[in-house]
Write a protein that binds this ligand. Structure first.
Ligand SMILES: Cc1cc2nc3c(=O)[nH]c(=O)nc-3n(C[C@H](O)[C@H](O)[C@H](O)COP(=O)(O)O)c2cc1C
Length: 164
């Protein structure tokens, strides 16, 4: 089976979490679709402000790589950080650009303190797009990402039957 992990990261924690989850998916061939903000913290803030205004030109190349993803993968995993109790604006654009109708999907959030609302918003967006969520997790780590929990989550996803 094939899985894709689509993640967004600004500070690197969601990337580390995504890689740990991917490494546990031994029943899958895993491809990563990273959305990694580059540059100084100020540049990253500025890029996200652009995204908040609906301008996704800075990540258009990555977005265009998502075309046809629905036909290639048995499972799609979305991993997002929490910023101001919300997923990044790019998340909504990413979901618009992938046809996930009737697709099996898992979602995860990284956060420092909260993350519940972000996970709920992601769940609703993914379900509204017609996908079936087979697993979800929130990794709360104030000082470092919770990689052991990410590994446990990955193992569970790896063993979850995908047939409906
Ligand atoms: C601008 C900003 C806003 C954040 N807002 C929240 C928040 O509302 N709740 C929370 O628990 N963590 C918040 N965090 C912490 C991040 O969600 C957490 O560090 C996350 O793992 C970062 O992911 P990344 O390293 O992949 O960018 C915030 C971090 C930043 C930089």
């Amino acid at each position: 089976m094939k899985a894709s992990i689509i993640y967004f990261t600004s500070l690197g924690r969601t990337k580390k979490t995504a890689k740990v989850i991917g490494s546990t998916l031994t029943n899958f061939e895993v491809d990563y679709f990273p959305f990694e903000l580059q540059g100084t913290f100020g540049m990253k803030v500025s890029i996200q402000n652009q995204h908040n205004k609906g301008d996704f030109s800075t990540i258009e190349r990555e977005l265009s790589e998502l075309e046809n993803i629905d036909q290639d993968y048995d499972l799609i995993i979305f991993g997002m950080p929490t910023y101001g109790d919300n997923p990044p604006s790019a998340f909504y654009e990413i979901v618009k650009r992938v046809n996930i109708k009737e697709q099996k999907v898992a979602i995860f959030v990284t956060c420092s303190i909260t993350g519940k609302k972000t996970l709920e918003l992601m769940e609703k967006t993914i379900e509204d797009a017609g996908a079936n969520i087979i697993g979800q997790a929130k990794f709360k780590g104030f000082f470092k990402p919770k990689l052991r929990k990410a590994s446990q989550f990955g193992h569970i996803i790896n063993e979850t039957p995908l047939s409906s």
